[in-house]
Design a protein around this ligand. Structure first.
Ligand SMILES: Nc1ncnc2c1ncn2[C@@H]1O[C@H](COP(=O)(O)OP(=O)(O)OP(=O)(O)O)[C@@H](O)[C@H]1O
Ligand SMILES: [Mg+2]
Length: 243
């Protein structure tokens, strides 16, 4: 269980301080999914980085299973906004970066993850030889390589075409169900939030506050996009964002 209590994130000091997150509280239980949606620049990444243990909240607390989060932890994976691939490393090396950095030799499970993501055939290619969609999937493979309990995604599919996006959203749904991690997905895409979030927290303009939490219990099947419940959730999200 990850618990975010009254978290404030500020950059800089005193008069020059920029407040990015303004007293957000939320929690994610094991195996749950939560989407965070909000306008550009509102503080989404700041909040997610705090949940990754990379940014220390100015006020408030973040705890994992009752223990204060003070630094990055192996069981919490973060997928960055641009996938964060190293151009001089192959797909396989990028996917296993944490293991390589730990000087621990990657295990066979890593190959299974690449196959699961449809990257087995391109494992020896470099990022410049991949499509955008493949690059994003390498970012996912890297995050999965440590078998995380919590998967944090920062706009993982931004600027992909609609069909590629939906195909990878389908993949995320299958991975979430199969690997049973808690998913926290930051997005500014209403459909993506409605497809992948069991709950969707709608954030305000900067500094981010929770405007509304929309429950979306009917999500979880690949055909959810074709249902009335999906359209209704998307409509509620749009209304909350516009308020
Ligand atoms: N390291 C930093 N130092 C100073 N200010 C920062 C830093 N990181 C972010 N900010 C500021 O905090 C605010 C929120 O930024 P953040 O990246 O969290 O928003 P976001 O919602 O993720 O934006 P986007 O939709 O563009 O990804 C912005 O005003 C930004 O300029
Ligand atoms: Mg961001």
């Amino acid at each position: 269980m990850m618990d975010v209590r009254d978290v404030v994130v500020e950059y800089g000091r005193r008069a020059a301080a920029v407040r990015a997150v303004d007293g957000v509280s939320l929690s994610v239980a094991p195996g749950e999914s939560l989407a965070l949606i909000g306008p550009s620049g509102c503080g989404k990444s700041s909040l997610l980085f705090a949940m990754a243990g990379l940014v220390r909240p100015t006020e408030g607390t973040i705890s994992v299973n009752g223990e204060a989060l003070t630094r990055p932890r192996r069981e919490i994976a973060l997928i960055l906004q641009n996938a964060g691939l190293l151009p001089w490393k192959t797909v396989w090396q990028n996917a296993n970066l944490s293991l390589l950095l730990g000087k621990e030799y990657p295990r066979v499970t890593a190959r299974a993850v690449l196959d699961e993501l449809g990257l087995g055939e391109v494992r020896n290619r470099y990022p410049s030889e991949l499509s955008e969609g493949m690059k994003r999937r390498v970012g996912v493979a890297r995050a999965l390589s440590t078998s995380p309990n919590v998967m944090l995604m920062d706009e993982p599919l931004a600027s992909l075409d609609t069909l590629t996006k939906e195909r990878i959203q389908d993949l995320f749904l299958r991975l979430w169900k199969r690997h049973a991690f808690a998913l926290v997905l930051v997005t500014h895409d209403i459909e993506e939030a409605a497809f992948l979030g069991q709950r969707v927290a709608v954030l305000s303009d900067r500094p981010a506050k929770t405007k509304e939490v929309v429950e979306n219990p009917a999500m979880g099947e690949l055909n959810y996009r074709d249902t009335a419940a999906f359209a209704e959730t998307a409509q509620r999200l749009r209304a909350a964002l516009e308020r």
